[in-house]
Design a protein around this ligand. Structure first.
Ligand SMILES: [Zn+2]
Length: 304
């Protein structure tokens, strides 16, 4: 018995580490079913079976109203070329910004999908309270525009002033009383710190442009994804683009789909996906290969 103790100890450590690798809170299938029912009731373009097939897992956060925020992760078997964070529906009344992210999850589930060399973390519904409100709202359950609530520099001086003066106290654009005051924006902020994405893709509607925020050097702004053309819409205090792109130096691509309720055509969706994958490939894969070549030890001198 004594002799077996070390073996038992090793086995128990192994079991503990296996346990730790599991998600902290795995949803019972019924919970996911309920979650999918609520979301697909609001967005009929997403069929409940597609929502279930997305195999979402709960993130370690719930919204103000207690709705679970869900995510899907795709991780290559080998070391990923880069990490990509996708955020859909941070504004609850932009339904297409959720639908398109579910479509991307479907595409990533295909065995030879483009983009499988990256580690993806995909959050299709960032603002469930806004989405599930009747009618859906841009803001969260406490009336905060989550996309004005990120801790950008001088938030206390700039965000409230911008809301009062430039946004004319528009309740749809209220930045909150303090940066990262909301569980949803606080979690996304922390997730960016934990996951350290190389690129953040955020989806909105209905301005019909492509926007880009990022450090002045490095990854180039995409010129177009499908019919969405690059048109920088400006930098707002507390926005995700301002926080991620300018403060943290992580390129943030923002897709502004043309309609909040009507999805683009299948052809257009395919163009958007293809152009996005091409932009990621050129900027993440090719740049990485080029910089690895530059940093490699110089080759042995060739005798002339
Ligand atoms: Zn929006």
């Amino acid at each position: 018995m004594q002799r077996n103790l070390p073996l038992l100890f090793i086995l128990s450590l192994f079991a503990t580490s296996l346990g730790a690798a599991q998600p902290a809170v795995g949803p019972a299938p019924r919970d996911l079913h309920t979650w999918c029912q609520s979301v697909t009731r609001v967005i009929p373009q997403i069929k409940p079976k597609h929502c279930l097939k997305a195999e979402l897992k709960p993130a370690a956060v719930k919204s103000v109203n207690g709705h679970q925020i869900m995510l899907r992760e795709f991780k290559p078997a080998h070391a990923p070329v880069a990490r990509v964070l996708v955020v859909g529906g941070i504004h609850g009344d932009e339904l297409t910004a959720v639908s398109i992210v579910f479509r991307w999850i479907e595409l990533l589930q295909q065995p030879y999908s483009d983009g499988l060399q990256y580690h993806w973390r995909v959050v299709p519904v960032m603002n469930p309270d806004g989405l599930l409100a009747k009618p859906p709202t841009r803001v969260n359950a406490r009336g905060v525009d989550l996309n004005r609530n990120f801790p950008t520099p001088n938030w206390f001086a700039e965000a409230p002033r911008y809301w009062l003066v430039s946004a004319g106290r528009d309740p749809r654009r209220f930045p909150g009383k303090a940066p990262a005051s909301e569980p949803e924006s606080r979690w996304l902020h922390d997730e960016i710190t934990r996951f350290k994405p190389d690129v953040i893709v955020s989806v909105h509607a209905p301005i019909n442009v492509l926007d880009f925020d990022g450090p002045p050097t490095g990854i180039k702004a995409p010129l177009r994804f499908g019919r969405l053309h690059l048109n920088r819409v400006g930098v707002y205090p507390g926005s995700l683009g301002n926080f991620g792109g300018l403060k943290e130096g992580i390129p943030v691509v923002t897709l502004e789909l043309p309609h909040a309720l009507n999805m683009p055509t299948e052809k257009e969706l395919a163009h958007v996906w293809r152009d996005m994958q091409e932009w990621l490939r050129v900027n993440l894969v090719e740049r990485k290969t080029a910089s690895a070549r530059t940093n490699a030890a110089p080759a042995a001198e060739h005798p002339e």
